[in-house]
Ligand binder design. Structure first.
Ligand code: ASP
Length: 625
């Protein structure tokens, strides 16, 4: 069909904003045809823009020309409708639509653009095939759900900026083309044309720069920072992601917590959810003991120590390591599982932690009725709860440190708890429909989306932030039999533990903290090393030679020598916060142009090969095969 020009037509209103009070108003709306219904003399067009949908009526008797065009337009054509807002007849009111009380009686229709037949319609729910959605992302993003996610992301980002600015933080950008930052992932490298054979690294985080900004006297810095890490993708991980990154001078961790609690609750507030502060705290050891993970999901029942339910003899019969924890987990409402169902779950158990599990409770109850009953009692298991015991496996003695300090967990114990924790969260995901522990979050998110502008929804039962503190400074690497840093190497050890750095690395705690929520790590940070002597000591204890340290971080070590104030900070994953508040299962729902699990941008078709000329300029030859 022939297309019309926009001419000097100006949009007066957005589609989703018109209400009964606008009746009689002359309007010009522009948008996509969401749906079209042809009733002969009357054609109804649902016009969609990012605010919503308005119904336009083309009456053959009033606008014969517009009606003729209306016969030809198809979904996703771009049109302008000129007309008057009028109240719908009572029986035509649509209470499900915010604009359901009105319609536009058109006096003119301009068809501004047509469309190729799209592989799916934005008027429908998301299609199952995510690759098609990502390839035609521009169409996918037109869907109201995606429009809402990005509106939410905008509101959250704005609230974070405002909160941090009000708390005295300055937003400062740091370079994208830079030098490697050690965050434990692989770097993305960018070849330099001007210096053939040399490479920039994309920042894994702005870590070193934000510390230098403290040395530079900015006192409080933040950035909504893009970070790049070349690692395998997961539902909650992308190659590039956005952090709310901050650093402050002279803080103790309480100060960092205070700042974060303010901006996180502002972010939740922007999404219509009231999040109570202060957030609770737990030590790393207790988090492992209670939940088997350092990112606990407090919506699920914790682990229970059921060692007292067994005699030593019992444990020997069951081939359970007497020296290690014996814990039970319960997944509510799962009921009894058949042998086949239980076996299907077995691959979810991590075999590499030196632990084993008992999930055949009937059998246990037969051979050790007292112990079995006691386990259920200790775990507070109701009749329908599925109970599993996880314990150390003497037949599978992994290489791990046995070093133990009073009141703290040994590495080997941590491994047993971690095996239980992983199993618990995998099973909790699998049986979510039965235990329904996650539903409260979906409901709160839903009511927050539907709320009227003013009243926020209570998020206390749906979102469970928790600070994890007192992490070990090092973890034992089984592959190399070495103690390796559990955090980036600028993390300060506890002053009291400093003396043991070399003699007893397992005993050293780091002055770092994580913020977890609903089973996700939302962020992590630390008080930093601000003295060069300590920094050198840490590098030495990590096996980083002076030469290597100089080569990799020489500029930073130099900077540390020029009056560095004590400082500390944190970074929180913005994408993850938005994902939680959008009620999305995947980061890709809240990132406009994400990569697939295979690290491909399907829309832009990246990565691709480049021309020989480009390679020559960079002095690069690609090894074939
Ligand atoms: N740079 C750290 C990270 O990206 C956060 C921090 O320690 O502030 O995880």
């Amino acid at each position: 069909m022939s297309l019309d020009f926009l001419g000097n037509l100006e949009r007066t209103d957005m589609c989703g904003t018109l209400r009964a009070a606008d009746a009689g108003k002359q309007v010009v709306l522009m948008g996509w045809v969401n749906r079209r219904r042809d009733h002969g003399n009357l054609i109804f067009l649902d016009l969609r823009d990012r605010t919503g949908i308005a119904q336009v009526v083309l009456d053959h008797d009033l606008v014969p020309e517009g009606h003729a065009k209306g016969e030809q337009v198809r979904p996703e054509y771009v049109v302008a409708a000129v007309g008057k807002v009028r109240l719908r007849a009572t029986d035509a009111i649509n209470p499900k639509m915010p604009t359901g009380e009105i319609e536009i009686e058109a006096t003119e229709l301009r068809v501004l653009n047509d469309t190729r037949l799209a592989p799916f319609s934005p008027a429908e729910e998301a299609i199952q095939n995510e690759e098609v959605r990502l390839k035609h992302r521009y169409i996918d993003l037109r869907r109201p759900e995606m429009q809402r996610n990005f509106r939410l992301r905008h509101d959250i980002t704005l609230a974070v900026r405002e909160s941090l600015s009000n708390q005295g933080f300055l937003e400062i950008e740091t370079p994208i083309l830079t030098k490697s930052t050690p965050e434990g992932a692989r770097d993305f490298l960018v070849p330099s044309r001007v210096h053939p054979g040399e490479f920039y690294a994309l920042p894994q985080s702005p870590q070193i720069f934000k510390q230098i900004l403290m040395i530079s006297g900015f006192d409080r810095y933040f950035q909504i920072a893009r970070c790049f890490r070349d690692e395998d993708l997961r539902a909650d991980r992308q190659l590039e992601f956005t952090q709310v990154d901050l650093e402050m001078s002279y803080p103790r961790r309480e100060h960092v917590f205070g700042v974060v609690e303010k901006f996180v609750s502002a972010a939740f507030g922007a999404a219509g959810v009231n999040l109570p502060t202060p957030f609770p705290r737990i030590t790393y050891d207790d988090s492992m003991r209670n939940c088997g993970t350092d990112k606990p999901d407090l919506r699920l029942p914790g682990l229970t120590d059921v060692r007292p339910a067994f005699t030593d003899e019992n444990l020997a019969t069951l081939s359970i390591d007497l020296a290690l924890p014996v814990v039970a987990m319960r997944i509510p409402n799962v009921g009894e599982l058949s042998r086949k169902e239980r076996e299907d779950n077995h691959p979810l158990f991590d075999q590499k932690k030196g632990a084993k599990f008992i999930d055949d409770f009937k059998r246990l109850a037969k051979s050790m009725p007292e112990a079995a009953a006691k386990v259920r009692e200790l775990a507070g298991a109701a009749e329908a709860d599925f109970v599993i015991i996880v314990a150390g496996d003497p037949a599978h003695h992994i290489k791990a440190s046995d070093t133990k300090f009073s009141g703290r967990l040994s590495e080997r114990e941590i491994n047993v708890y971690a095996a239980a924790g992983n199993f618990r969260s995998e099973l909790a995901k699998k049986y979510a429909d039965k235990h329904k522990a996650f539903e409260v979050t979906d409901q709160v998110v839903q009511s927050a989306h539907e709320r009227s502008a003013s009243d926020a929804v209570d998020g206390a039962a749906a979102f469970h932030p928790i600070w994890i503190v007192d992490f070990p400074m090092f973890e034992y690497d089984l592959a190399t039999s070495k103690w390796v840093p559990a955090h980036h190497p600028f993390t300060a050890p506890y002053e009291a533990d400093m003396a043991n750095l070399v003699s007893d690395p397992a005993s050293v705690r780091a002055d770092c903290y994580d913020l977890a929520m609903n089973g996700l790590e939302l962020g992590s940070g630390s008080i930093r090393i601000h003295r060069k002597d300590v920094q050198q000591q840490i590098f030495a204890s990590l096996g980083i030679s002076e030469d290597e340290a100089k080569k990799r971080f020489g500029f930073f070590l130099d900077a540390l020598e020029y009056g560095t104030p004590p400082h500390g900070g944190i970074a929180l994953g913005l994408d993850r916060i938005v994902m939680l508040l959008a009620g999305a299962a995947n980061l890709r729902e809240v990132i406009a142009f994400p990569k697939t699990a295979k690290a491909i941008d399907l829309m832009a078709d990246a990565p691709t090969t480049v021309t020989d000329q480009q390679l020559r300029e960079l002095g690069i030859r690609v090894a074939k095969g």
